[in-house]
Design a protein around this ligand. Structure first.
Ligand code: NAD
Ligand code: 6OD
Length: 486
């Protein structure tokens, strides 16, 4: 049985709390690891190590050297892609394809791209006229923010954790990472690679545990943490904001979504189905950017519904070790119970269940895993909880529409504002409807396609702030203006 220990000050160690918890496989319901739970003393040690490293070799290292080290880290992750992939798929039940082609390479890229960007970033200079004619030089300086608390979710653990750790380290900060209790493995493994390439001790620390009353809450309350970056549910974001209020720490939040896709009659239908299949069912619907509401222009509604149904029914369910599997299980029994409660509610409310709606039976070990049927509904009103609340499962509701104005209003009528997807071959319409979407990320004829240098984040209840490109550099640094009278 694997044991995941804490990684503090460059070394693996047991939790001083003496407490351990089980990590259960989503694919077969078996305990696959025991995890050390960090409580107050462990969290304090991790934060102290991170604070000390700011004053040690890391804090003194020239920027170019620091960025070169992060480039080497990215190469070392690539070299161990198979190990990271294995750790990730066993924790999450993801298909090997998703982990190998998206999650792990993107994790390495998160170090490479931000190191490259930081290396080429300079300060700004403003000359100012003064009454004596001699002027003043204003220099905008950037320095690391300090110790960054990184709280990450389970749905794409390595990708989403490195998405924060990469820019934080590139900017010269140190980090204490609290991965999700459902996905402890890849954050732990990264400690080995940090040591391998010579990242100084204390720069990267990992504390395992839960949120409330455990490592997550303790980290966000710790007075020596200078900034908190969090990805997860909107409700958790609200809790963290309260916990972090004392001492007024800066926060960056990437939260939930209830993202619309709009299919116009002038779309390329093959493309629309391919995009919808990915945005609804990729990672078993456990993607913050995923689509759970689809609006289809009436003349192509029946065709679209029939083709998406055929696509959903062709998916092959299985864990990473099931040959040919194209869709995995949900992360946990608890999460499956939550998604199933929406499946039941949809039936109670009179939805037409186009496909799915239940739990599959396989007659093998998968029956002990947390599989669920890919599901499509039609026929519910827009104020139904199925259309309004984030479910985070492999499911969507499809609604017909008649006019552009009507569909823009329906797409935007949500507390969330993370992403939106538009399927059309009409360029003017793509510009017009795209600009009208109240969301941080808007795709036309694609989904999950993004240059890491662009902004990422959501409006309304989907987040606070933006990361990506210069926006990450902005969050992970403090600015000072140095004004020198000439
Ligand atoms: P979650 O909010 O339950 O947990 C996320 C992390 O927060 C975990 O590490 C958890 O232990 C920790 N946590 C929970 N309560 C805490 C507390 N009170 N204090 C400190 N830490 C606490 O989210 P999840 O279930 O792991 O992930 C799914 C959610 O994440 C979905 O809502 C999804 O939309 C969202 N998400 C958003 C983005 C984005 O970029 N906007 C990306 C991925 C996932
Ligand atoms: O594309 C990314 O960098 C990113 N942060 C994706 C988030 C996926 C959420 O589940």
């Amino acid at each position: 049985m694997i044991t995941h220990r804490l990684f503090i000050d460059g070394a693996y160690r047991d939790a001083k709390s003496g407490q351990l918890f089980d990590k259960i496989s989503p694919s077969n319901g078996q305990v696959i690891a025991r995890v050390h739970e960090a409580l107050a003393e462990d969290v304090a040690d991790a934060v102290a190590a991170a604070a000390a490293a700011l004053k040690g070799p890391w804090g003194k290292m020239p920027k170019a050297e620091r960025c070169d080290l992060l480039m080497r880290l990215a190469d070392a992750i690539d070299a161990r892609r198979a190990d990271f992939m294995e750790a990730e798929v066993q924790d999450t039940g993801h298909t090997r394809h998703f982990a190998e082609k998206v999650e792990i390479p993107r994790g390495a890229a998160n170090f490479r791209i931000f190191a490259e960007m930081m290396k080429n970033t300079g300060g700004e200079y403003f000359h100012m006229d003064t009454p004596d004619g001699r002027g003043a030089a204003n220099l905008e300086l950037h320095r690391p923010k300090g110790v960054i608390g990184v709280i990450s979710p389970w749905n794409a653990p390595f990708l989403l954790m490195t998405w924060k750790v990469g820019p934080a380290l590139a900017c010269g900060n140190t980090v204490v990472v609290k991965p999700s209790e459902e996905s402890p493995a890849t954050a732990t493994l990264l400690g080995e690679v940090m040591n391998e390439v010579g990242i100084p001790k204390g720069v990267y620390n990992v504390i395992q545990g839960f949120g409330p009353g455990s490592a997550g809450e303790l980290l966000t309350q710790h007075p020596r943490v200078d900034g908190i970056t969090f990805t997860g549910e909107t409700r958790t974001g609200e809790a963290i904001m309260k916990q972090a209020a004392r001492g007024l720490r800066d926060v960056s939040f990437e939260l939930g979504g209830k993202n619309p896709a709009i299919v116009f009659a002038d779309c390329d239908m093959d493309k629309a189905i391919e995009v919808a299949m990915r945005s609804v069912f990729a990672n078993t619907g456990q993607v913050c950017l995923g689509t759970e509401r689809i609006y289809v222009e009436r003349p192509v509604f029946d065709t679209f519904v029939a083709r998406l149904k055929a696509g959903a029914e062709a998916l092959v369910q299985g864990g990473p070790d099931t040959p040919g599997a194209t869709i995995g299980p949900l992360i946990s029994d608890e999460h499956r119970r939550k998604v199933l409660s929406y499946y039941a509610k949809a039936r109670e409310l009179g939805a037409t269940v186009v496909t799915g709606g239940g739990v599959p039976q396989f007659g093998d070990a998968r029956d002990q895993g947390f599989f669920i049927e890919p599901t499509i509904w039609t026929g519910l009103p827009e104020d139904s909880p199925i259309v309004r609340e984030e479910i985070f499962g492999p499911c969507c509701h499809i609604q017909p529409f008649d006019t552009e104005d009507e569909v823009i209003a329906m797409a935007n009528d949500t507390q969330y504002g993370l992403s939106a997807t538009i399927l059309t071959e009409n360029l003017s319409r793509a510009h017009r409807v795209g600009a009208a979407m109240e969301a941080g990320l808007i795709w036309v004829n694609s989904w999950f396609l993004r240059d890491l240098r662009t902004s990422f984040g959501g409006s309304k209840s989907s987040g606070i702030g933006r990361e990506g490109g210069v926006h990450s550099l902005e969050f992970y640094t403090e600015r000072s203006n140095l004004c020198i009278k000439l």
